[in-house]
Write a protein that binds this ligand. Sequence first.
Ligand SMILES: Cc1cc2nc3c(=O)[nH]c(=O)nc-3n(C[C@H](O)[C@H](O)[C@H](O)COP(=O)(O)OP(=O)(O)OC[C@H]3O[C@@H](n4cnc5c(N)ncnc54)[C@H](O)[C@@H]3O)c2cc1C
Length: 481
Amino acid sequence: MAPDAHLISRLQDICGPEHVLTHPHALATYRSDGLVQYRQTPLAAVLPATATEVRDVVRACFEANVPWVARGAGTGLSGGALPVAEGVLIVLARLRRILSVDLRDARVVVEPGVSNLAVSRAVAPTHFFPPDPSSQVVCSIGGNVAENSGGAHCFKYGFTTNYVTGLEVVLSDGSVVQCQRDAPGYDLLGALVGSEGTLGVVTRVELRVVPAPEAVRTLVAFFEDTGAAGDAVTAIVSAGIVPGAIEMMDRLSIQAAEQATGAGYRLDAGAALLVELDGPQEECTARFEHVLALCARAGARDVRVALSEQERALIWKARKAAFAAMGRVAPAYYVQDGVIPRTQLSKVLRTIDALAAQYELRVANVFHAGDGNLHPLVCYDAARAGEPERAEELAGLIVKACVDAGGSITGEHGVGIDKKAQMPSMFSESDLEAFHRLRCAFDPGGLANPGKVMPTPRLCGEVPGPYREHPLERDGVAARF
Ligand SMILES: Cc1cc2nc3c(=O)[nH]c(=O)nc-3n(C[C@H](O)[C@H](O)[C@H](O)COP(=O)(O)OP(=O)(O)OC[C@H]3O[C@@H](n4cnc5c(N)ncnc54)[C@H](O)[C@@H]3O)c2cc1C
C-alpha cells in the first residue's frame, strides 16, 4: 500500500471512514480559513470526536512523518489554519462538550471545539467569559487559545491568556501533556497560548470566568471625524476611567454596518464611538455621566444611550457586524490587524488615509480604541486587474506604519502565514532564533503547522522536516508566500 493510502486507512480506523475527507469536493470547505485570499488542498481532513482520537491521529501522522494543521472553526484571519499540501488537517469541530462548570470556583472545563459564546452562555447569568472576539458565535475556544484572541472587552479585562488556567495538549509525537497555571516549574501555558497550533493540539481547556457586573451602561457617540472621537478616547482614559469596552468605527464602516444591521447609526457621522461601562451600580452611573460630558466636550454631535438590553444589543450588533458588513460596499477586502500606542491614533489614521488615496483604494477603519488595536479593512475588486496586489501592498504598508509608530504587526489575529514575512521588522535574528529553539523543543520533526509564524523555515538538528512549500491557490494572482 502507498504510504499516503496507509495513513488514510489508519485515520479511517481511528475516526471512522465518514470522518476522513479526501475527495476534493468534500475538502473544498477546508481549503482556507478567514484569510480567504489563499487556499491549499490538504491530503485529508479528519474530524476526530474525542481527545483520544486526536492523540491517535497525531501519532499516526508522526509515524508516517506527515505534517498536520489543527483547525477550530476556521475563522482565523491570518491563515493559521490554512492546510499544508501533503498534510492532514485536524478539525476539532466535533469536540464540543462542556465538561464541567464550577461557579463557586469560577472555572469551566471545555473541549476545544466549543464556541466562545457557548462558554459565556454556560455560566450566565451570574458569570461571563470576557474575551469576546466579534466572531464569538462561531469561533472555537481552541482557536482562541491558539491565537490568544481578544475582543471588545479586552481593554479592561485582558486577553484569552489571562483566562486560561489549564490545558491538555497533544504534542507532535502523540504524547499528551497537562499544564496548569498555578503549578510550579516552567510556565508552559505562557508558551502554548498564542502559539498558533505550532506546538501541539489543544484537546481540553480549563478557563476562569468572572462574575457578571452589577450594572452595564452603553452609549454610542457620533463625531465629525475620527480625530474628534480619538480626542474623546484620550479624555476618557486620562480621566482614569477604564471602560469595559471603547470601540471606534469610521465613516465607511458605519455606512457598511448600518446597511447590514439597521441599528440606527448616523450615516452622516465621520466616526462612531461605542463606550460601555460596567461595575457597581453607583460607580457606573457616576462615571457614565462623566463620559457623556467628555464626549460632549470632544465635540460629539449626537449621543445615543441604550435604555434597555435590546437597545444595547442593537448598538453592539452594528459593531460586531462591521467586518462582515464590508461585503456590502466592496466585493473583497483584507482585514488588517495592527497595534499602535493610543497617542499615535490620529497620526496613523492620517497615514492610512494618505496611503489609501495613493493606492486609489478605500480603507474602512474599525478598532478597539482603548488598546490602540486597529483593524483597517482594505477594499478591492479582484475582477480589476492589479487591484488585489495593490490592496495587499497597501495592507503591508499599513502594518509598517503601525510598527514605525512604535506598535506591533498584530494585536489579536496572529501571525499565521499573513504576517510571517513581517516578523523581522519586530524581532532581531536572535529573538527569532530563540522562538525557533522553543518550537524545535516541542516539535523537533517540524510536523505541527509548518510554514506558519516564522519568516523562514529552519532546521531542528540535521534532518529537514517533511514539509515542502507548495504554491498556494489564489484567484489568478501569484501567491506571495
Ligand atoms: C468576522 C470576524 C471577526 C473577528 N473578530 C475578532 C476579534 O474581535 N478578536 C480576535 O481576536 N479575533 C477575531 N477574529 C479572528 C478569529 O475569529 C480568532 O482568531 C479566533 O480565535 C479563531 O478561532 P477558530 O476556532 O476559528 O480558529 P481557526 O481559524 O480554526 O484556527 C486559528 C489558529 O488556531 C489553531 N488552532 C485551532 N484550534 C486549535 C487547537 N485545538 N489546538 C491548537 N491549535 C489550534 C490553528 O492551527 C490556527 O493556527 C475575527 C474573525 C472574523 C471572521
